[in-house]
Write a protein that binds this ligand. Structure first.
Ligand SMILES: [Zn+2]
Length: 133
């Protein structure tokens, strides 16, 4: 089940479509999509395109990035809240994570609007967020 969802998720990313899990029972969204609703545990889920609009609340740096993303480090990694409701930690473009001072400065300007985009990193399509004005 998990593999099936991952396959569908990445298959859609390749077409530039970012899917979230929308619960048909409680109406809440889960992102990244999983088999069961994070709010109520229901498996009565439909997988639908998300708006891609969100807000970044805070960020830090990628001190210990996953091995496959090590070559992009340091990058900004922070808490994003989607318009649809779910919050998660993700890679964010447009924020300076190069030094502790820059990170402190950058956080003083938050929250800021972000927009999801599909990007190829380490040969795979990933969802990342970019700060928009
Ligand atoms: Zn639910």
């Amino acid at each position: 089940m998990v593999d099936k969802i991952a396959k569908m998720f990445y298959g859609n990313l390749a077409k530039g479509k970012i899917l979230g899990a929308h619960c048909k029972d409680c109406g809440k969204w889960t992102f990244p999509p999983v088999a069961a609703c994070r709010e109520c545990g229901s498996r009565n889920i439909s997988y639908k395109k998300i708006s891609g609009k969100g807000i970044v609340h805070y960020y830090s740096t990628s001190i210990l990035p996953p091995k496959k993303f090590a070559k992009y480090s340091p990058y900004a990694y922070g808490l994003v809240e989607l318009e649809e409701g779910p919050t998660f930690l993700t890679m964010i473009e447009g924020l300076d994570a190069s030094t502790p001072e820059k990170i402190k400065e950058g956080n003083e300007n938050l929250p800021a609007k972000v927009r999801a985009k599909v990007s190829k990193k380490a040969g795979i399509n990933v969802v990342l967020f970019r700060v928009v004005k």
